[in-house]
Design a protein. Structure first.
Length: 297
């Protein structure tokens, strides 16, 4: 039997699918867990597994060494902790938010005498508590809090500290998810192109996986190197001028297949804008130059 007397006492506010998965992982590891949810019935499952259900957030916070928030949004955090004494408490906010919200919430916590970490969960609930699933959480904010509680934070999923700036966890989270949605957009367009043909999606799937894995890794690493060095032309294999010239083929193919080009057209338009701004200057560049176009450089 696990001796819970030496385990960090965890308070968890928010028992949606992710919150429940987090709570279950801490319970399995022997951590005394106090939970609260705006809808009390949602605490029933974890209470049946050994958690203590608090009547309100103040009672939950008072019972814990580490306070974890996994609520709907930033305003829910504000409402849940309104009037709660946070003096000397350690807050970990796993509520999805923006970098600005993370920074503001850190200042808010500090003003109330608490240490603060913001987090970005790079996993779905079934991955929580399953180390081999590869899920992890970005953290940013108090380095001291992270170092002190790292072992506890690593119980549900891996923990990756991104820096003392409280906004960095959310920024990393949204950056990776934005790349994911861009990838999904391209895959969706690819399947749409073959939808009316005698080509099975399951036959295209392994080709997409292989191609995108290779090209995605190559572009991510190459773009990072070019952005840091400022050299957008050395060693370029497929320059901007060549790629922009080829976009018409993709658009005509979509038209022939009766497929909307709305998912890929914006990227092609960026190519043309960059090239039009200076064919001689930008034509020989790698497409990493489009990144600076997005931020107005």
């Amino acid at each position: 039997m696990t001796d819970t007397r030496t385990k960090t006492r965890v308070c968890l506010l928010g028992l949606g699918a992710m919150g429940t998965a987090l709570g279950r992982a801490w319970l399995a590891a022997g951590h005394p867990l106090t939970v609260w949810n705006r809808t009390p019935a949602k605490a029933g499952a974890l209470a049946a597994e050994g958690a203590s259900a608090a009547a309100d957030p103040a009672a939950a916070v008072a019972a814990a060494d580490l306070v974890v928030l996994c609520l709907l949004d930033d305003s829910s955090v504000e409402q849940a902790l309104d009037g709660v004494d946070l003096t000397g408490k350690d807050l970990v906010n796993l509520t999805t938010g923006t970098p600005a919200e993370g920074r503001a919430r850190a200042a808010w916590a500090q003003a109330r005498g608490a240490r603060f970490l913001d987090g970005g969960i790079m996993a779905v609930p079934p991955m929580i508590g399953v180390p081999e699933a590869g899920g992890y959480v970005f953290y940013s904010g108090s380095p001291e809090l992270f170092a002190e509680h790292r072992e506890v934070l690593e119980v549900p999923a891996g923990a990756r500290f991104t820096g003392a700036d409280p906004g960095f966890a959310a920024l990393h989270d949204v950056a990776l998810l934005s790349a994911m949605y861009g990838l999904f957009a391209g895959i969706s367009h690819a399947y749409a192109l073959i939808r009316a043909e005698d080509i099975a999606p399951k036959d295209l799937a392994p080709l997409l996986t292989e191609w995108l894995g290779a090209m995605g890794a190559r572009f991510a690493a190459g773009a990072a190197e070019r952005l840091e060095s400022g050299d957008l032309t050395t060693g370029v294999v497929s320059d901007l001028a060549m790629q922009a010239a080829g976009t018409g083929t993709f658009l005509r193919t979509a038209e022939e297949q009766g497929v909307s080009a709305e998912l890929i057209r914006p990227y092609f338009e960026l190519m043309r804008r960059r090239l039009a701004a200076g064919p001689a200057e930008h034509g020989g560049e790698d497409t990493a130059g489009l990144i600076d176009l997005l931020v107005g450089r």
